[in-house]
Ligand binder design. Structure first.
Ligand SMILES: Cc1ncc(COP(=O)(O)O)c(C=O)c1O
Length: 436
């Protein structure tokens, strides 16, 4: 090329949650049975969509209007429905014009970060859901600016660390909160959330709060929507239907803008995000049309409740399997459907192994782990995959130096779920013992 065509942020675009699938598929070809615990898609893991939901969607698909473009911000009746639900909660009040629909939150995330001024940074959690951290880092063409989630304190944000990142980095213009969190499964208590908003107010920042899992909370925990505590701080909440409905294939999510007119720069920035959407015309129409009838259906709440109850039960099975294993820090998941397990510092080295019976699989794994730069947790993840077929994601791929792995709680069959977590626990012990 006579001129460099590579984007300044190209190096920052990684998504290990899907990249690990290539390794899993290769090992599957070599003869192992794979358990995919890497990706947060309830439908791919066997969630059955109830008949009443399918019927509503099918009826809408019979209406020609569902094949048309929709307004750039999104279908008006749907935005009215959402604004009224948000306003009912009290807290920050919005109009339908404070809502913009996207093709899934993935699209919202890429535009919200992509249209920030290049030198303005949003401080993101570490570990961090990579779609956020990669999009933020790519927009700046630099490594993400992170605040610490503390595995020794339920994976809650470390407010002192957050304040330091803001104070000593004048480029920071915003704070990203993911609550409930992916990849940790943490649900933040009110005082932590209030502390984060206070920091935004003190340093004149805006807040982005990803609340895609807001209705998937359990084990007696509760949390506040950001609209309840934001006061006069400019903020964006991100919500969607991928996880709670669950309908990830709909590619449908939205942002709610609070205090959109209180700061002229924030107002201009939000307008640029809307204009970016306008260049694309609009987002997927059919799921927007389906949203109000689905969410107000008499069986919607009970269907969601039943799933949440299962995640609660499985979060406890997983926690009980892993909590007494030496060498790892384990927190019970209280929201969403992920669990992050961190190895204690120094627990992993490059000599530990797990037995792999299949020669072809063993040789392939050995080839992968013998690369110079492989992180210790990735090495564990490859051995776990080769030895047991369980596919999880290395924690270091979520922008953290903490070694560990993220798994999901989505396996539906209880016997299989118990077997998987029992096997993970035994494999951790065996792996750590292999070099003692
Ligand atoms: C915290 C969080 N935000 C956003 C998304 C993306 O959601 P969508 O399917 O709407 O793109 C995910 C998907 O896993 C997620 O975990």
């Amino acid at each position: 090329m006579r001129t460099n065509i590579v984007h300044i942020g190209a190096e920052e675009l990684t998504y290990e949650i899907r990249a690990i699938v290539n390794v899993g598929q290769k090992l599957q070809e070599l003869g192992i049975e794979t358990h995919w615990e890497n990706i947060g898609d309830p439908v791919a893991k066997g969630e059955e969509i109830p008949q009443w939901m399918k019927k509503i969607v099918a009826e809408i698909a019979m209406d020609d209007a569902s094949y048309a473009y929709s307004p750039t911000r999104g279908v008006l009746a749907t935005r009215e429905f959402i604004a009224s639900e948000t306003n009912k909660r009290g807290g920050a009040q919005i109009t339908p014009d404070d809502i913009i629909f996207f093709n899934g939150l993935g699209d919202a995330i890429s535009k919200v970060f992509g249209f920030l001024k290049r030198t303005a940074r949003v401080v993101v959690p570490s570990p961090s859901y990579t779609t956020h951290s990669s999009a933020e880092a790519a927009h700046a063409g630099d490594r993400p600016v992170c605040y610490r989630l503390d595995p020794a304190h339920h994976w809650y944000p470390d407010l002192d660390d957050l304040e330091k990142r803001i104070k000593y980095n004048p480029a920071v213009a915003g704070i990203l909160i993911i609550n409930p969190d992916n990849p940790t499964g943490a649900v933040y208590p009110d005082d932590i959330l209030i502390g984060m908003v206070e920091l935004a107010r003190k340093y004149d920042l805006f807040v982005i709060c990803d609340e895609v899992y807001h209705n998937i909370i359990y084990n007696g925990t509760s949390t506040l929507p950001i609209s309840d505590i934001v006061g006069d701080v400019p903020a964006i909440a991100m919500r969607g239907i991928s996880k709670e409905m669950p309908w990830p294939g709909s590619r449908c999510g939205w942002i709610e803008v609070y205090n959109g007119h209180k700061d002229p720069l924030f107002e201009k920035y939000v307008a640029s995000v809307l204009n970016a959407k306008m260049l694309e015309v609009c987002s997927t129409t059919l799921p927007q049309l389906a949203l109000p009838p689905l969410m107000s259906h008499p069986q919607y709440d009970s269907y969601l409740k039943e799933r949440v109850k299962r995640y609660e039960k499985y979060s406890n099975i997983a926690y009980d399997c892993l909590k007494d294993v030496e060498g790892v820090i384990v927190n019970r998941t209280n929201g969403a459907f992920y669990m992050s397990v961190a190895f204690e510092e120094g627990a992993l080295n490059h000599r530990q192994t797990l037995p792999i019976a299949n020669k072809g699989v063993r040789e392939h794994v050995e080839g992968l782990v013998n690369q110079e730069s492989i992180s210790p947790d990735r090495r564990f993840v490859y051995y776990l995959l080769g030895s047991t077929g369980i596919c999880v994601v290395p924690l270091t791929s979520f922008v953290t130096d903490l070694q560990g792995f993220r798994t999901t709680l989505l396996e539906r069959t209880e016997d299989n779920f118990r077997k998987i977590f029992h096997t993970i626990a035994e494999s951790i012990k065996q792996y750590l013992d292999s070099d003692r």
